[in-house]
Design a protein around this ligand. Structure first.
Ligand code: KMH
Ligand code: ZN
Length: 308
C-alpha cells in the first residue's frame, strides 16, 4: 500500500457561494452526479455537505443529506464521509445530526476553534445571485468557528456507537496537539486520519515550510499511528497536494476548498480536479488508491455498516 495515495474529493462544502462558480453543485441531483463522476475519476473518499436546492445555502438537516445519500450508495462504492463541520455559523448540536443519523464510515472532526475569514473574497465578486451570499462572506470578519474541547467530546461521544472513524481536520499546529490530547485520553483510535488544512484565513498558510512544519509535528506526536492527508485552499490546492503525494501522504481536492482547475481557469467539475490529481500522482510513479484500498489503509468498518 506504500505507493497508494488516497484522494478525497470534497464536492460542495460551505465556503463557496453559488455566484462564485456556475459549476458548484447545489441540488441533490447535482451533488449525486458530481460525486459519482469524482469517484469514477479516481476519488476513493467523498466528503459531503448538503445545500438548500433553491438558494444554495448550506443545509445541515439530515433531510437534506437524505436526498442524495441512498442514491450515491446505490451507484458507487466510494467511502462516504459526512461533515460535522457544517458551516462555521452553525452550532455543534446541529452540525453532528447527519453523522449521528446516517452513521457513515467517516465523518469530519474539526480539531480546534479558529477565525474563519471569507470576507476577503468579497472584492472579487461584484454581483451576487442571492441575498445571503454577501452577508455570509461579510459576517466572517467577526466569526469564530467554534470547536471547543467540549464540542469535540460531544461529537466523539455522539458517534461512538456508530464505529464511524474521523477525518481530523487540523488548521494549525495547535490542532495537532489537541488531537494528541484526545489520543492520550483514549478517546480517538489509531490509525488517525489527519487532514491538514492549509490556506484558510485564520489558520496556517500555504508555504512549503508550513506544510513541512505540520508534517514534522504530526510525525513527532503520532509516529506510525497516523495517516497524513492535506488540503490546500484556493489556488494552492494542487501545489500542496503534490508536496504531500511526493512524501507518501494522501490528498484532498474538490470544489469545497478550491474552485480552480488549470491555472487561472475555473474547474468545470469536481472530476476535473480529481483527474488533475491522478495525473500528478501517476507522474510521481504512484497510484491513486481504490475505495477498498482506502478502507484497508484507514481500517474503516465497511459500506455495509452505514445507516443509509
Ligand atoms: N472546507 C474545509 C476547510 C468540515 O466539513 O468539517 C473545512 C471542512 C470542515 O471541510
Ligand atoms: Zn467540509
Amino acid at each position: 500500500m506504500m505507493n497508494k495515495i488516497i484522494i478525497t474529493c470534497a464536492i460542495t462544502g460551505a465556503i463557496h457561494t453559488p455566484s462564485m462558480s456556475p459549476h458548484l453543485p447545489i441540488t441533490p441531483d447535482q451533488i449525486v452526479e458530481e460525486a459519482i463522476a469524482a469517484s469514477e475519476a479516481g476519488a476513493a473518499i467523498l466528503h459531503l455537505h448538503a445545500r438548500d436546492p433553491e438558494t444554495g445555502r448550506p443545509d445541515q438537516t439530515p433531510e437534506g443529506f437524505g436526498k442524495f445519500l441512498p442514491r450515491l450508495k446505490q451507484r458507487c462504492s466510494a467511502v462516504i464521509n459526512l461533515t460535522t463541520g457544517g458551516s462555521p455559523y452553525m452550532k455543534v448540536e446541529e452540525r453532528v445530526r447527519p453523522a449521528a443519523q446516517f452513521k457513515p464510515e467517516v465523518a469530519s472532526l474539526n480539531m480546534g476553534s479558529i477565525n474563519f475569514g471569507l470576507y476577503h473574497l468579497l472584492g472579487r465578486y461584484k454581483e451576487f445571485k442571492f441575498d445571503w451570499e454577501r452577508q455570509h462572506l461579510e459576517a466572517t470578519r467577526d466569526l469564530v468557528f467554534r470547536n471547543s474541547f467540549k464540542d469535540i467530546e460531544y461529537i466523539l461521544a455522539t458517534c461512538y456507537d456508530s464505529d464511524t472513524r474521523f477525518e481530523f481536520e487540523c488548521y494549525d499546529i495547535g490542532h495537532l496537539y489537541n488531537l494528541a490530547h484526545f489520543l492520550e485520553r483514549g478517546l480517538v483510535r489509531p490509525p488517525l486520519f489527519v487532514q491538514s488544512v492549509f490556506g484558510i484565513l485564520g489558520g496556517i498558510g500555504t508555504h512549503p515550510e508550513d506544510v513541512m512544519q505540520m508534517k514534522r509535528t504530526a510525525d513527532r506526536l503520532f509516529g506510525a499511528q497516523y495517516r497524513w492527508s492535506v488540503l490546500g485552499a484556493g489556488s494552492a490546492q494542487m501545489r500542496i497536494a503534490a508536496m504531500s503525494a511526493s512524501m507518501g501522504g494522501h490528498i484532498r481536492v474538490g470544489l469545497e476548498d478550491s474552485l480552480w482547475g488549470r491555472r487561472g481557469r475555473l474547474a468545470r467539475s469536481n472530476a476535473e480536479q480529481v483527474k488533475l490529481a491522478c495525473d500528478m500522482i501517476r507522474g510521481l510513479g504512484l497510484e491513486p488508491a481504490g475505495a477498498d484500498e482506502a478502507r484497508e489503509i484507514l481500517l474503516l468498518k465497511g459500506a455495509d455498516r452505514v445507516a443509509f
